[in-house]
Structures are given as structure tokens and as C-alpha cells.
Design a protein around this ligand. Structure first.
Ligand code: WTA
Length: 582
């Protein structure tokens, strides 16, 4: 594929952590980097200990680990030692509640320091930590807490109300810890800050995240303590983190990026991290970059496009000269975003590719390697990636196929919670099949083409159409719904719902016999959109709703979202031989 190339090595001021990609790949073995981490008796490990506590044995003890700021401008900061002691306390609180190894502790908090402290505390006692976006509403919470049989939820007063509403559906839930309640604050003050850190087998479960596929409810992707090895190495090689860096990852720990590169891999490298607990706002973002002299920045394409839309003049009001290295993840990084960055910041964004299931970056552009603008880069040393057909056979370079990885890599998921068959369905012919389509060029660079399935990526968030369809049909006006991702210049995709309405309901509510005027339709479209927002999640609602008489379906009754999408985009609808008469 022909592309612009951004020539790198000539521009590098300091040698990067990964100097010679080809050389490292040639002789690489994961065992050779084991010593980057601290092990107990050479065989056991704890990911949280590696992220935080081990630094307290070194000069980093009093180094700031976390600079925290909220939307209103309140700030807090914590050293590695403080995070170590506070997470010890949280571990002891959980123990006092009777939490033991392997039990699920879910954290339902906005990006407050207590979120990070809770996550670390849970891992330290060998519990499995789960994270939940604070945008989640009742249905999303009930699905995730129900499937995981979570024993404990850590939340705040405001969000607790949503848990209370679904609590009767959660028989396994024993305790709700409310971090801003007087009771909690008092017991946290008094609880010991000494904790015996659980020595875990590298393959014992550490954390889980729910993510969406095409069908069914979200699935619980389970990761083990060993994952931190790849998270650490990629934070070092790809994000190029160094001791004098101030690093800002804009992701929320409800998303795998926020766990791997805001807690585990990044802190394991001993870096000072910034967390901004506010909504996206170009002005505030530039303020944060300038105020904390951020040198390494990890963000996502939608945010970059929104910054582009805010204009270059705004950027020039801030001194961003500290920025050394910038990376992106989560959705295709369009070439315009890279060229804009080169023009505006005098450096490109480095695209990185991975998934909740892969646990860490697997394909990336490295500081010392030329960027083919529009490409995701090359596999991380130690990772074998290929383009394969549906049977798992490699296809020749330049041809489209499935982006696949050779199992196992250190941060590979270990199971899908209580759905072993689902887990097995990821593997074909000795390959992990990612669900993404792509191409490898003759120089070994990988290019993203699209999803192989109906999974929606809106503003970087992964949304399953089935979840949105289920939420819609629980509204009395809706008989059936088909949901797709509609291409959008800013958000990558937006969620669009095609809805078949219940005639009886319409007659009753709108006296449809006398017509169903446009104003009523408009109101109902808005109502359905808000209904999903209120019941499912603040980010997973349809921005567009269209009423339709009938949904295209296969003869076996499966909704053909591909046809809805083709029609929406004015494309040919392709093979319809399996289609019910439509
Ligand atoms: C998409 C995100 C294009 C892809 C860490 C993948 C990307 C899904 C890229 C995983 C990229 C991620 N270019 N698409 N650089 N990175 N994706 O699980 O479709 O939320 O399968 O994890 O995001 O999304 P997830």
C-alpha cells in the first residue's frame, strides 16, 4: 500500500527505550524480561505489588505517582509510598468484610483516587477486581454484577442508588462499600496500613472486564497477574516511559486501557501519572498538558478529532513544549489526525492496536521506527501476528483477512467468565482470531480495515448491538429493533437504531387512527434514545432512531444488521440468499 512515511530516527533527540526493533525481535524471549518485575521466591507474583509497592524499596518511595485533578480544578497528589499504604488499608478493609482470594470485587466509581486505591487493594489480597464505567445504568450494572456474582461493590453515595435499584437481582452481592460515607471514612482512618500481600501464581486471576461482542450480553474477560509483564514491557517500549516523564493516559479504568496503562504497566515503570477526572473539554485538556508538563500522552482518535475541530489557534495559547511522545488507541487513527499532530505539535501520534482480550498492546508504532501514516505498525517483540483466512491459514501479504495472534502471549485473557465455549470460539487453526479485518504489507506493517462482525465502536467505546436492542425492546412502544454503527466523521461511528413500533401501543397513546404526526414521531424518537441512555449507559444510546415497518432477517429469524448498514450507507446489500423475504 502506498502511504506517506514519517521518517523517525533522524528526529529523535534521546535514544528511546526500544532502540532497534528488528534486533530485539530477532532474539526475543519473554523469559529474558522476567527480571523487569519483582517475583516472590522467584515464582510467585502480584501485579499490584509490582505496580506500586516495589518502588517503595527504592529511591522512588517519595516520588509522586499520581497527580489528580477534577473538572473544577481541585487537586490531590500521592507518592508511591502513600498509594502503597492506602491500598494496604483498602486490602485490610476488604479482608475485614471477609473477602478472600478469587472473590469478585467490583468498583463503580468515577475517576477518583479511591478507584485506583481500591483496584490495587483488591489485587493485593488476591481478589479479582472488576471495573464499571460510572456512566453505567441499571441494566448494564445488573448484567455485569449478576454474571460475575460479585460479592462486593465499592462505590459512592450518588452511584450507590443505581446499585440499590438492582440489588434484588444480585443474590451474591454481600457488601456495598460507600467510600464517601462517614462509616467508611472512619474505619479507613483506623484500619492498619500493614498488609501481607498475596503471593499469586502467575496464572491466577487478577481482574476482569465486561466487553461486547455481536450477540448476547457482554462477556467477562478475565486476566491474570502475569499480564503485567507485557503491560510493563509495552509501557516501556511503546509508550517509551522514563523516570523523568509525566505521563497522561486519558482513559477511564472502566476500559482496559485505563487498567493496563493508567495503573499496572505505567506505574510498574515507576512513572508519575496524571489523572484528570473530568469530561472532555479542549481547553481543560490543553491546560492539563501544560500545567503538569506532560511529556507522554496516550489518548484516542475521537478525542484527537475533537481537538482538531477546536482549532489550532487554541493549542498555541498553551506551552506544550514538554510533550515528547504521543500515542493513540481504540479506533482507526485517520491519517489527517497524524498530519494535524505533526503540524500542530511537531510530532505524530503513534497508533497502537489491541483489545480487552489481548490485555496489552500487541501491534504498534515505536519511537525509533518510521511511521507509515495510516498503518497500526508492527507486532510487539515476542508477539506473532498474521493475517489469516477463516480457517486459520495465512494469506499472502497485501491481501485482506482476519487479524490473528499466535497464543499464548503473557497478557492474553485466560477465560470468559463462566462461558468456556465462548472463550474457545476465539481460536481457530492455532490462532487467536481478533474479530478485526486487516492487511499486512510487504514490509511487515499491519493495516486495519474494519470489524468482521457487528460490534460498534463509538468514540472508542465498544458497544454490542444486542445490548442496545434489548434495552429498546423493553420499552412498550417497541416490538423489534436492529442496531448498527453508522460511520461518523467525529466519533468514528454513532449508534443508530431501526425500530419497529407496536401499532396497538401507538393507537392508544397517539390515537394513530387520526395520523401519527411528525411532531409525535420526533418526540418518540427522542424518548427512545433517552430511554436507552437511562437504562443501559450514558455512552451506549442511539443518537439516531428510525422507524421501519419490518427488519431484514434470515430465515431463522436473525436480524441482518449488515443489510441495515448497507442501506443506511447506500451500498449494495450483497448476498441475500439466506434472507427471509424482505
Ligand atoms: C478497535 C481497546 C483500529 C478494534 C484497547 C478492536 C482499533 C477493538 C485500534 C478493541 C486501532 C483498537 N486501530 N481499530 N489502533 N485499537 N481498535 O476491547 O476494532 O475496547 O477489536 O479495546 O477496538 O476494543 P476494546
Amino acid at each position: 500500500m502506498k502511504s506517506d512515511v514519517f521518517n523517525k530516527p533522524a528526529r529523535l533527540k534521546n535514544p528511546p527505550n526500544l532502540g532497534d526493533y528488528d534486533e530485539v525481535c530477532r532474539s526475543f524471549d519473554w523469559r529474558s524480561v522476567r527480571k523487569e518485575l519483582d517475583w516472590f521466591d522467584g515464582t510467585k507474583i502480584n501485579a499490584a505489588y509490582n505496580a506500586i509497592d516495589r518502588h517503595t524499596q527504592t529511591w522512588r518511595k517519595n516520588k509522586v505517582a499520581l497527580y489528580w485533578e477534577d473538572e473544577a480544578g481541585s487537586t490531590r497528589q500521592y507518592t508511591f509510598e502513600q498509594l502503597s499504604l492506602l491500598s494496604n488499608k483498602m486490602g485490610n478493609i476488604l479482608k475485614d468484610f471477609g473477602v478472600s482470594r478469587g472473590e469478585r470485587v467490583f468498583i463503580f466509581l468515577p475517576r477518583v483516587p479511591e478507584l485506583y486505591i481500591s483496584f490495587l487493594g483488591a489485587l493485593k489480597i488476591g481478589a479479582i477486581a472488576g471495573t464499571l464505567f460510572s456512566a453505567f445504568q441499571e441494566q448494564a450494572l445488573a448484567d455485569r454484577l449478576g454474571n460475575s456474582d460479585a460479592e462486593v461493590v465499592i462505590t459512592n453515595k450518588e452511584l450507590k442508588e443505581r446499585i440499590d435499584k438492582v440489588r434484588k437481582k444480585l443474590p451474591a452481592l454481600k457488601h456495598i462499600i460507600t467510600v464517601d460515607s462517614e462509616d467508611f471514612i472512619k474505619s479507613f482512618e483506623h484500619v492498619s496500613d500493614e498488609l501481607h500481600i498475596a503471593h499469586m501464581d502467575p496464572d491466577e486471576y487478577a481482574f476482569m472486564l465486561y466487553t461486547s461482542g455481536t450477540t448476547g450480553k457482554p462477556k467477562g474477560v478475565v486476566h491474570v497477574h502475569r499480564a503485567i509483564l507485557q503491560e510493563h514491557m509495552t509501557a516501556k517500549w511503546v509508550l517509551d516511559l522514563r523516570d523523568d516523564d509525566t505521563y497522561w493516559c486519558t482513559a477511564d479504568p472502566g476500559w482496559v486501557t485505563g487498567i493496563a496503562y493508567e495503573i499496572l504497566g505505567s506505574w510498574s515503570c515507576g512513572v508519575a501519572a496524571v489523572v484528570y477526572a473530568g469530561r472532555f473539554d479542549p481547553k481543560r485538556w490543553y491546560e492539563i498538558l501544560a500545567k503538569y508538563k506532560v511529556s507522554v500522552w496516550y489518548t484516542a482518535p475521537t478525542a484527537i478529532r475533537m481537538l482538531m475541530a477546536a482549532g489550532s489557534n487554541l493549542v498555541h495559547e498553551y506551552d506544550l513544549s514538554s510533550l515528547r511522545h504521543m500515542c493513540s488507541v481504540g479506533e482507526p487513527l485517520n491519517p489527517e489526525a497524524i498530519t494535524w499532530a505533526i503540524k500542530t505539535f511537531d510530532k505524530p501520534f503513534h497508533d497502537t492496536w489491541w483489545q480487552t482480550e489481548t490485555g496489552a498492546i500487541c501491534i504498534a508504532n515505536y519511537p525509533a521506527m518510521d511511521i507509515k501514516i495510516g498503518s497500526m505498525g508492527k507486532p510487539v517483540p515476542g508477539i506473532t501476528a498474521a493475517i489469516v483466512d477463516d480457517q486459520g491459514h495465512k494469506v499472502p501479504d497485501g491481501n485482506e483477512g482476519n487479524i490473528a495472534l499466535k497464543p499464548k502471549w503473557p497478557s492474553m485473557m485466560h477465560t470468559i467468565w463462566r462461558r468456556p465455549h465462548k472463550y474457545e470460539s476465539y481460536f481457530t487453526g492455532g490462532w487467536y482470531i481478533s474479530g478485526d479485518r486487516g492487511m499486512r504489507d510487504k514490509d511487515g506493517y499491519f493495516w486495519f480495515i474494519g470489524r468482521a462482525d457487528d460490534v460498534i465502536k463509538t468514540a472508542g467505546e465498544r458497544v454490542g448491538p444486542f445490548e442496545v436492542e434489548s434495552a429498546l425492546v423493553s420499552h412498550p412502544a417497541v416490538v423489534e429493533a436492529g442496531v448498527i454503527g453508522k460511520p461518523d466523521a467525529m466519533r468514528g461511528e454513532i449508534i443508530k437504531a431501526f425500530v419497529v413500533l407496536d401499532k396497538k401501543y401507538l393507537r392508544k397513546r397517539f390515537r394513530e387512527s387520526v395520523g401519527f404526526p411528525e411532531s409525535d414521531k420526533k418526540a418518540l424518537r427522542e424518548e427512545l434514545s433517552q430511554y436507552v441512555k437511562k437504562h443501559l449507559a450514558g455512552h451506549a444510546y442511539p443518537r439516531e432512531v428510525e422507524f421501519i415497518d419490518k427488519l431484514p432477517k434470515t430465515r431463522s429469524g436473525k436480524i441482518m444488521r449488515r443489510i441495515l448498514k448497507a442501506k443506511e450507507m447506500g451500498l449494495p446489500i450483497g448476498d441475500t440468499s439466506t434472507l427471509e423475504e424482505y
